[in-house]
Design a protein around this ligand. Structure first.
Ligand SMILES: Nc1ncnc2c1ncn2[C@@H]1O[C@H](COP(=O)(O)OP(=O)(O)OP(=O)(O)O)[C@@H](O)[C@H]1O
Length: 288
């Protein structure tokens, strides 16, 4: 059986202006295999500018690789046509950082959910469409009667983001790209949204690429992790192993920013360790 997603040696260079001196290499020779028969949650972590969103845009087909190729179920995504392209567009969904961005302020939640149902002909009747909306909203912990009929500004940030997850779920995706889905949501609601992503994976077999700069959430959500630094993969592996025993100085720096509760640690010890990691990282960091 072919893999769900295979990224082969993908490099993305953004050209700024006509001169090659202004080229920006956002992602370098990136490789990834996500098998179809073993859905997992992969975290792609890194600081701002490390190439995370570039990776998301490439997988979604919004931009094309400068070199290398991306295969979805064995086929290069740039060559997909007709029914195959439609299936890819339905099966690969995304949830982005800003829960407001995908909402048109003049339309109710019903509209946001009805559009994909119509576009991909997901329901046989109006009643079937309503049942599917109810099912998707309930799956992300929302009560349909609380949110249907409402306008975006009448919902909390957490509700809006869960509606985005419900919208993705409606389409029964095989792959979900979640790009910083909780960074603009109140801390109190983060766990809730991350839980709905985990449920999507567990109950519906959805493979998730979870993009974040925050290793705390990565630790709670993911099975495996890939750490990006200025477009390069500096470390990857099982999330528990990488976070408990980071090998690369940059990963150690990210891990040190996780607020671990440690009852044996005296006040101030953590910051000393952090400073050591920063010094070690700066000494070894490649020049930009
Ligand atoms: N359209 C573009 N044109 C030119 N350069 C770009 C473009 N998009 C991104 N870049 C550059 O490519 C690099 C990687 O950007 P990218 O958005 O992928 O990083 P990121 O890790 O997602 O950052 P953030 O967490 O801030 O969103 C950055 O240096 C960025 O400035």
């Amino acid at each position: 059986m072919s893999n769900l997603l295979e990224i082969r040696n993908v490099t993305k260079v953004y050209q700024r202006g006509l001169l090659s001196a202004h080229a920006k290499v956002a992602l370098k020779e990136f490789n990834l295999i996500l098998p179809e028969n073993d859905p997992s949650i992969l975290t792609v972590a890194g600081e701002s500018g490390s190439g995370k969103t570039t990776l998301a845009m490439l997988v979604l087909g919004f931009i094309t690789p400068t070199t290398g190729e991306i295969l979805y179920r064995g086929k290069n995504i740039t060559t997909l046509r007709g029914a195959e392209r439609m299936a890819y567009r339905r099966e690969v969904q995304a949830v982005f950082q800003d829960p407001f961005a995908v909402f048109n302020p003049f339309y109710t939640v019903d509209h946001l959910l009805t559009v994909p149902i119509k576009q991909f002909k997901l329901a046989k009747s109006g009643k079937d469409a309503r049942n599917k909306m109810d099912e998707a909203l309930t799956a992300v912990g929302l009560r349909p009667e609380d949110v249907l009929g409402r306008f975006p500004h009448q919902l909390s940030g957490g509700q809006r983001q869960r509606i985005n997850v419900a919208r993705a779920l409606l389409l029964k995706p095989k792959l979900l790209i979640a790009d910083e889905p909780v960074s603009m949501v109140d801390a109190s609601l983060r766990a809730n949204i991350l839980e709905s992503l985990k449920n999507l994976h567990r109950d519906h077999g959805v493979t998730i690429i979870y993009i974040t700069h925050d290793l705390t959430t990565a630790y709670h959500v993911a099975d495996t992790i890939t750490v990006l630094y200025r477009g390069d993969v500096v470390e990857k592996g099982d999330v528990e192993t990488v976070i408990r025993n980071p090998q690369h100085a940059y990963t150690r720096l990210l891990v040190d920013s996780i607020p671990w509760p440690n009852l044996d640690q005296k006040w101030g010890q953590h910051s000393v360790r952090s400073k050591e990691s920063q010094a070690e990282f700066k000494a070894n960091a490649p020049t930009p």
